[in-house]
Design a protein around this ligand. Structure first.
Ligand code: SER
Length: 317
């Protein structure tokens, strides 16, 4: 059975993607890894792996007979600005390790996440095209753009079947996000349900592309399942679902919790948000592998409030 390796399996995307892969292929087919120990025993086979240790990665791949790798470990945009060297080093070296090991061991497919952070201040903001000006000005965005180039390079030169998505902000409640600019759209739900107030670190009108985690997980699996002949993009696919501003999500939250209050205290993350698209043109994904999103802002708020409420209740029990 195809053995699937997930790197960064305890992260926001990793934890739910690993779960979905186990449901689809069976637990025995998946090996989940992370640099940190899980807080509770995971429901899938788990090993500690530092992806910066190429030899350890090689050994694991060979020992387990790995045929697919999902490499999700990264330092995100806001956290990356606090330590640019570390973010560059981790994001780039880990990807190059994975690509090299994939090439050396004839791994069938590799998934690596890119981001809307590959775009920058000169990129057209609305309905940002798949191919356009890219001048990212965060270390995270620079590493994602360079990473996309490396993915395409390994595909073209060495035939490594690498696939990638430029994720928008991913919204979920089960696992913590990793220090991104779009995290406000998760914090807002926690604060709405606990204190009833939220101080937003972006401006009221900072419109960004966003996606509910279930769409992100399903899209990832659909891209990995797609026939290689249908894929025209080997850098990273633009992938859209919804776009909203802090003001818009706040008023949707208020429709459920009428006393909720939001205030705005923009910090350095506002500048990052201002350099990113407000919406993306994802027609390549829609044409090549029939991408379609299921969650809009209304549905997102319903599912987030319900899920987060249950989570908070369980925590306080
Ligand atoms: N959600 C990510 C971030 O804000 C974007 O890829 O860093």
């Amino acid at each position: 059975m195809a053995k699937i390796l997930v790197i960064g399996a305890l992260g926001q995307l990793g934890s739910e993607l690993t779960q979905a892969l186990c449901e689809k292929y069976g637990k025995e087919a998946v090996i989940a890894t992370d640099i940190r120990h899980p807080e509770i025993k995971p429901a899938f086979p788990f090993a500690i792996l530092d992806v910066m240790d190429k030899e350890a990665l090689r050994k694991l791949v060979q020992k387990e007979g790995i045929q697919q790798i999902f490499h999700l470990a990264a330092i995100l945009s806001a956290k990356g600005e606090k330590n640019p060297q570390l973010a560059w080093n981790l994001n780039m070296t880990s990807l190059l390790n994975v690509l090299d090991i994939a090439r050396e061991n004839n791994i069938k497919k590799v998934f690596w996440p890119s981001s809307i952070a590959v775009f920058g201040p000169s990129t057209p903001k609305d309905n940002t095209p798949q191919t356009t000006i890219m001048d990212p000005n965060t270390v995270y965005g620079i590493s994602k753009l360079a990473g996309e180039r490396w993915c395409e390079y390994y595909y073209e030169k060495f035939g490594v079947d690498v696939r990638s998505i430029r994720y928008p902000g991913i919204i979920s409640y089960k696992a913590q996000p990793g220090g991104g600019t779009t995290d406000y759209a998760i914090d807002i739900f926690i604060q709405a349900l606990t204190t009833g107030k939220y101080e937003c670190f972006l401006e009221a009108d900072a419109r960004l592309p966003m996606m509910y985690i279930d769409d992100a997980v399903r899209g990832t699996i659909e891209l990995m399942d797609a026939d290689a002949d249908n894929l025209t993009v080997r850098s990273g696919y633009n992938l859209g679902a919804m776009s909203f501003t802090p003001e818009e999500i706040a008023s949707e939250v208020m429709a459920h919790l009428e006393n909720f209050e939001i205030t705005y205290e923009p910090d350095f993350r506002q500048q990052i948000a201002a350099s990113w698209p407000s919406s993306v043109d994802d027609s390549s994904a829609r044409d090549d592998w029939k991408w379609d999103h299921a969650y809009d802002l209304g549905k997102l708020c319903e599912v987030m409030l319900k899920g987060m409420r249950e989570l908070l209740e369980n925590q306080s029990m």
